[in-house]
Design a protein. Sequence first.
Length: 523
Amino acid sequence: MRVSLSLDGIAPVPGGLAIDAVEDVVVVIHDGFPDRPPLVLVEHDRFIGFPNVLLGQELCIYLDVNREWHPGFGMREVLERLWSWFDDAANARYDARTDLFHAIGGRQPTNVGSPTVVVRASPPNDHKRLSLATLRDRGPHRIDLVGWRLGRAERPDHSALVFSVPTPLYRGLAAQLGPLLQQLAGADGPPIPGAITALHGAAVAAGAGQPVYFLVAVRHPADQDLQHLVPGRLPAVVADVLRSNPGAEALGTAPLEWLPMSDERQEVVTRRDEARPVTAFRGTTIELWGCGGIGSWTGEFAARAGTRRLTLRDIATVTGGLLVRQNFTEDDVGRLKAAGLAARLRAITDDLDVVAAPGNAVDMIREKGLPDVDVIVDATVNETVAAHLDEAARRNPAKASLAQIATDTRTASLGLLVFVPPETGVGPATVDRWVSEQVLANGELERYHCFWTPADKADQLVPAAGCTVPTFHGSAADLAVVAGGLFSLLGQSLKSGTPGVHLLASAHAGGVGPTHVFIPYTP
C-alpha cells in the first residue's frame, strides 16, 4: 500500500537526509507478516547512498528484527517507527562510517551452503584495479585468505582475482557475470582492462572442473582508506566454458556464486569483548600452572580473551571421570592434561601461541626461577607449589603479576583469587595468610571461612572405591561459572594493580553474605 507520511516538525540539519514535508512510501505486507515486519520502499533515487537505505530503495527501519519486532505489533507501530527513521535520518543520527555494507547497498550477497572466506589481513591500498590474492582451503566450510600478492614460493590452494572499484555500488552486486563486469567498470566506463583475459587465465590455471575465485573490493564512501570486500566464484561449469571459449556469448548471463565472508580485519571489526575486564589479557604472555578443574576453564578464557602466548604446566593425565567437570573430551583420555588442553586451545584461535611445557612448576622454579611472562596463574591448589612461588617472589621480586585461584570443596560454587602485582616483594601465599585473619575474624564473611578451615569429611568426594584421593564436589557448570568470574576479576586487578584477595560466590551458592568482596593487602 502507498502511504503519504507527514513529516511536519522535522527540520533537517546539515549532513542529514534532505526530506520533503510529505514523503510517499510503499509498505509491502508480505507472506511472512506478522512474524516479520513489512518492507518499506521508496519509488525514487533521492535517498540512494544514504546510510540505512538498502539497495537504493528499501528503508531499514528495523536494524535488528529479532529484537526490535514483535508479531503483536500492528501498522501503528510500523508508521511510528518509520516516522522515527525519517527523524533520525534528517538529523544526521546515522553514521556512515559504522555502516559496514554501505558501500554495496547495505546487503551482503551470499549463496547458502557456500564456504565462508575468512579475511584477517588488509589489502594493499595501491588503488590497482586488478590484482591477485591467495586462498587456502581450511575444510569444506572454510577458506582462508592468506595473502594479497602471489609470491613465487607460494603454492596456495587457489588464487583469486581482486577487482577494485573506486566508487560505491549502492544498488548491490549483480548475480551474473556480464552485469557484474559492467558494474565494476562504472555506469559509463569501459570494462576493467584485461578482466576477461584475467578470468580466462585463472580458469586455465585452476584446471578442468574447478571454480574460479575472485573478490570485489569497493571503496567505502565514508572512508577512502577502507575497502569493503565481497568474495565470489565462477561455478566450475561456468569456468569450464570460459576456459575453452573465453568469447562465448553465454558468459554474459553466466551465474555467479557469492560466498559468505568472516571479515576479521582490525579496522573493520570491534571485538565483542571490548570494554570488558578481560581486555587486560590482550596481547599478554601467561603461565598457567594446573590444567584441572578450574585451570582448564581458565585456559580457555585466556585463549578467547586474546592472550598472545600461553604456557601450560601440569604433569597429571586425563581420565574418563574428569570429563564431568574439566575442559577435555573423550579423545583426551590418556593424554597429559597440558597436552590435551593445548590442543583444544589451538583449535579455538589461530592467534595464540600455546605451549605444553614438560615437568612441573616446582622443578622449573628450582632450576630457572620464575619465568619472564606478564602473568603467572597458580591453579594447582598445591601447598608445595604455593610455598616455592612465595619464596621465589620474596627472594627476587617477580616481574610478572602473580595470582592463585581456587574453589571450595563442598560445592565448587565459591571462588578465591589472590592477586600480587609485579615487584611487590611477596608472593600469593603471604597475601593469602594475611587476608585469612581478616576473613576469619569477620562473621559477615562466614560463607568464605571454608577456604582457611579444615575441610569436613562429609564435604569431600571419594570418586572411586579403593585408595582414592578425596576431591571436591563440583560440576562443569559450577567450575565454569567460578573460573569465569575469577578470570574477569583478575582482569580488573591487572588494570588496578592493587594487591589483595577477591572472594566470589556464584548465584546458586548456599549461605549468606556478599557475593563478591575484595580485601586489599595492606600489611
